[in-house]
Ligand binder design. Structure first.
Ligand SMILES: *Cc1c(COP(=O)(O)O)cnc(C)c1O
Length: 339
């Protein structure tokens, strides 16, 4: 048995998903003639109550397109210091959009409305870049799957309105937050100007993300996607997997969350573990005791076919997902107790 907890992106399509892919109708999406892509985009827009939605090959491209459509070169965006758009997209905001990033010093990837209000204050003069966009990430990746408080998000929206800032949500794992906090897609659709969603993370599709927003923003996004090289032809095979994922793999995220919490409890009971960070969704971040070399620990567990990663600074990470079963959980628990 090979247990892979490196990320929730390691899943392979289920039989049901593969069957849905094989049996779908496709066409050339560059001519808007792929019925399955059109169906997915309509379905997603309806779920979130937005005017429109657009399919993307990756979450990075969806986020980068959002940044591009909200900004002009020389502008600046606000995001948390741990934000994926700043740390893990290859400097794309600067490269693709020519914007600088004003990093806010939040907690577990989340800042407060007061912090944003302070960062956005100061008015406009010839010395300062125009402030255009705020990027939120829910759940936070580097923050260990932490979920934002929706009341705080509403306050942040008000500050955006007061300061004429657009608000983008990097919702790569938004469905994990919705399921964990009993929130709805429509709540988020109402609050944000644009939202990106990954279908290839917890939802188990092989490829794909969606960007949601107004008709006019998605018209801009369509053009930017083309210039980024992301316009695809018979992409309906991928959209069929995405539709299947939205229909079948959302509610079951609670199982990933339960298993992550069980892993956390097990780790806390192990004498060689120093601390486990709070677990809200499917990401478990923990530290081994100073006397243990964490890379050696990762390698020893890998020899037992249990794989997870070091994030540097002694931080270790396990991520639960669709292909991580109850049987694997039992094996992981017994190997941790034996270590
Ligand atoms: C994975 C991820 C992305 C980007 O997804 P890719 O499809 O890998 O490009 C964006 N934001 C967050 C928070 C992520 O975890």
């Amino acid at each position: 048995m090979n247990i892979n907890l490196i990320s929730d992106t390691v899943t392979k399509p289920t039989k049901g998903m593969l069957a849905a892919m094989m049996n779908t109708e496709v066409g050339d999406d560059v001519f808007k003639a792929d019925p399955t892509i059109n169906q997915l985009q309509e379905k997603a827009a309806q779920m979130f109550g937005t005017e429109d939605a657009l399919f993307f090959p990756s979450g990075t491209m969806a986020n980068q397109t959002a940044i591009k459509l909200h900004t002009q070169p020389g502008d600046k965006i606000f995001c948390d210091k741990w934000a994926h758009v700043f740390n893990f997209e290859g400097g794309g905001a600067a490269f693709n959009s020519g914007v600088s990033s004003h990093l806010i010093d939040g907690e577990r990837g989340m800042f407060t409305s007061e912090q944003l209000a302070y960062a956005a204050s100061g008015g406009i003069d010839i010395h300062s870049p125009y402030s255009r966009l705020v990027c939120i990430e829910n759940t936070t990746n580097k923050g260990g799957g932490a979920c934002w408080d929706f009341k705080e998000l509403k306050k942040i929206k008000q500050i955006c309105t007061d300061n004429e800032l657009a608000l983008h949500l990097d919702g790569a794992r938004l469905f994990n937050a919705l399921v964990a906090k009993h929130e709805t897609p429509k709540q988020y659709g109402e609050l944000f100007d644009t939202i990106s969603i990954c279908l290839s993370k917890g939802l188990g599709a092989p490829v794909g993300s969606i960007l949601l927003g107004t008709k006019s923003d998605m018209t801009k996004a369509l053009r930017i996607r083309k210039l980024f090289g992301g316009a695809m032809r018979q992409a309906g095979y991928l959209a069929a997997a995405a539709i299947y994922a939205l229909d079948n793999h959302v509610e079951r995220l609670t199982e990933d969350h339960r298993r992550a919490k069980t892993i956390g409890k097990t780790l806390e009971s192990c004498s060689f573990i120093k601390t486990v960070e709070p677990i809200e969704t499917n990401i478990v971040i923990f530290y081994v005791n100073d006397s243990i070399d964490e890379i050696e620990f990762v390698n020893k567990m890998a020899q037992k076919n249990i794989h997870f990663i070091s994030m540097g600074d002694g931080k270790l990470r396990m991520v639960t997902h669709l292909d991580f079963t109850e049987e694997m959980l039992d094996k992981l628990i017994s190997e941790l107790h034996k270590f």
